[in-house]
Design a protein around this ligand. Structure first.
Ligand code: GLY
Length: 366
């Protein structure tokens, strides 16, 4: 075995695919089946100019990863035989106050300066873009480049593609790892695995796995609850991003409503208050959603990092260990780039400039 990937979320599975595609022998370890954590609750919004309003590094890596998406999905589908919906439908970010209008004007100026198309629409033009928006919506910032991806499908297809290329998935919990001659010993509940290189892609659980002599990665769980509403066909044309709410129209009238942002530790529950607040905000912004069928509530623990950027890079403490964790709100967005960077790191190539932005060393002795 060449590489043990710890974690089978969207990051672990896409990393495993890219490593297997590069000819590595890969084992993925996770106590849950692929996509059984936060990836299951993702609405798949790929929107660097929304999520990265105030973060040039996040916009830079997010834009680069988004540009990789069409070809990445095509490769995963070709290797797995499984379709993955990728929908470049754009975002319409809604202003409902003067403060929102000013903020979105700044966002438009940023997008303009960085060569990204962004149109400010108000009045009749805003209604034409999104006819179902509530009357208090003053305008929208439309960014056509943004997209949505079916994250559970992408995770499943990446796992299947990795398997088709020889990777094995083992449902086991990793207890720790340590240096040994020629690589790393990974202790699991089912025995010890040995590999020259290990990728830590354990999402919100990453702080629990620090090598001896290293600080834990400062990653902590931030719960997000997400609703599925169905039966509201043609309600929305874009991903609609409002104050404290976003709505993602999916096929056949499904709308994802996201998401709460809750600092509640490892509490993986959907709650009455979470569902109630999402429904109230969603129907305030798009009243027609009140007639939709409530299909499901999901939750996932986002892997929050102090600067909202992931840690992707080699450990300074344990040779052979590569971090790929702490993606916070942008695991799906940054998955293709993370997979590319990790595959290059495993091949010994540390030259990519994005690694400077994402270096684990910015958080201390990692
Ligand atoms: N990226 C959206 C969220 O984390 O809710």
């Amino acid at each position: 075995m060449d590489v043990v990937v710890i974690g089978a979320g969207v990051v672990g599975c896409t990393v495993a695919f890219e490593l297997a595609a590069a000819g590595r022998r890969v084992r993925v370890c996770d106590p849950r089946p692929p996509g059984g954590g936060a990836s299951f609750a993702s609405a798949g919004v790929l929107a660097p100019y929304v999520e990265g309003h105030d973060s040039r590094p996040l916009r830079d890596v997010g834009r680069r990863s988004l540009a990789q998406y069409p070809a990445f999905v095509e490769r995963v589908t070709a290797a797995s035989g499984l379709p993955v919906a990728f929908r470049p439908i754009g975002t319409a970010e809604v202003a409902t106050s003067e403060a929102d209008i000013s903020r979105l004007a700044r966002s438009k100026a940023t997008a303009d300066a960085e060569g990204v198309t962004a149109e400010w629409l108000e009045g009749a033009a805003a209604r034409e873009a999104e006819p179902q928006l509530a009357a208090h919506a003053a305008g929208v910032l439309h960014i056509p480049m943004h997209a949505a991806v079916d994250v559970p499908a992408l995770t499943a297809a990446s796992a299947a593609a990795a398997r088709a290329l020889g990777a094995e998935f083992v449902q086991t919990a990793v207890r720790g790892f340590s240096a040994e001659a020629g690589g790393i010993a990974v202790t699991t509940t089912d025995g010890v695995a040995h590999a020259p290189q290990v990728v830590l892609a354990t999402g919100a659980w990453s702080a629990a796995l620090a090598p001896a002599g290293a600080e834990p990665a400062p990653v902590r769980p931030i719960r997000g609850q997400l609703l599925h509403l169905v039966g509201a066909p043609d309600t929305l044309r874009h991903i609609v991003w409002g104050p404290d709410i976003y709505l993602v129209p999916w096929t056949s009238g499904t709308v994802f409503v996201g998401a709460t942002s809750e600092d509640v530790g490892f509490d993986e529950r959907t709650t009455a208050s979470g569902v109630a607040s999402l429904l109230a905000r969603a129907t305030a912004l798009v009243p027609a959603l009140a007639g939709a069928t409530f299909a499901a509530a999901r939750q996932g623990l986002r892997p929050g990092s102090p600067d909202d950027l992931p840690y992707v890079g080699p450990s300074a403490v344990l040779p052979g260990l590569v971090y790929a964790c702490g993606h916070y709100r942008n695991g799906a967005l940054l998955a293709p780039l993370t997979a590319t960077l990790v595959a290059r790191l495993v091949a010994g190539d540390r030259s990519d400039p994005a690694l400077a932005l994402l270096a684990p060393s910015r958080a201390g002795r990692l």
